[in-house]
Design a protein around this ligand. Structure first.
Ligand code: HPA
Length: 271
């Protein structure tokens, strides 16, 4: 495992001249930020040794190195989801590699369904905590102490200083953001009305099919984490006739993306 991370990182290092400080994962319909990187080098996943290959419609798969907000960053345009059939070691492989490349901070974005009754379609939510509802754990199995500790404490995963910066930025540029708890589930089904209700009772504000595994791996490796969800649909337990399609999720994510990008860019400048 460790040799694979190193082998992949060494390959990528041979393609770039500056080590990235910040890693970014761009969620469904949110890949546009990748195009804003200056002096960019894009490497398709299929050309990267040991990388899994993304298959789902709407998830272009490439790693983009470049500059944003005056920092050297590496962005994943497209991620690996558990529902695609990858195991958790594969889902978290790129995060492991980005740390091996020198990234000490992770910014992660996703499309999510909102359960908090105050949330509306198209809102943004800063993730301040998560619930891991996946059936497999990314740290299952042998622990490599070179990566991190066997039993990571999870009390402070989402960096409070970054949350404060993002809140202030949103206020200054007149963007409404919520702060809330993200619950990650395997998918690919969206939730039944009863499941949305259950997740709300659990204390979650939004739900999606990603983020939690990558955040666990990043935290295990000592990376500082910031996460943000675009609320692409809201649960309507009383109105189950109003269904949600993947196209709708992508369209809403795409239309909100400029706001998300503005906050992420501002945060990177201040990190
Ligand atoms: N549930 C799970 N994942 C999602 C949703 C949802 O309602 N919306 C976007 N991703």
């Amino acid at each position: 495992m460790l040799t694979k991370f190193k082998e992949t990182a060494d390959f990528l290092k041979s393609k770039i001249d500056k080590q990235p400080e910040i890693a970014i994962i761009l969620g469904s319909g949110l890949g546009g930020l990748g195009n804003k990187l200056k002096n960019q080098t894009a490497i398709p996943y299929e050309n990267i040794p040991n990388f899994p290959v993304s298959t789902v419609e709407g998830h272009s798969g490439q790693l983009i190195f470049g500059e944003l907000g005056g920092k050297n960053v590496v962005a994943m345009q497209g991620r690996f989801h558990y529902y695609e059939g990858y195991n958790m070691k594969e889902v978290t492989f790129p995060v492991r590699v980005m740390k091996f490349l020198g990234a000490t901070k992770l910014i992660v974005s996703n499309a999510a369904g909102g359960m908090n009754p105050k949330y509306k379609q198209g809102d943004l939510m800063i993730i301040n905590d998560h619930i891991n509802n996946f059936p497999e754990h990314p740290l299952h199995g042998k622990n490599f102490k070179e990566l991190g500790t066997r039993f990571p404490d999870m009390s402070n995963v989402y960096n409070k200083e970054y949350i404060k910066i993002a809140e202030n930025l949103a206020k200054n540029i007149d963007i409404t953001v919520h702060q809330g708890i993200y619950i990650g589930s395997s998918g690919p089904t969206l939730e039944t009305p009863a499941e949305y209700r259950l997740f709300r009772i659990f204390g979650a504000d939004a739900t999606g099919m990603s983020t939690v595994p990558e955040v666990i791996a990043a935290h295990h490796q000592g990376m500082k984490v910031f996460g943000m969800s675009v609320i692409t649909n809201v649960s309507k337990p009383e109105n189950p006739e109003d269904e949600t399609t993947h196209e709708e999720v992508q369209d809403v994510a795409g239309s909100v993306e400029p706001k998300l990008t503005a906050i992420i860019e501002g945060l990177i400048e201040r990190m």
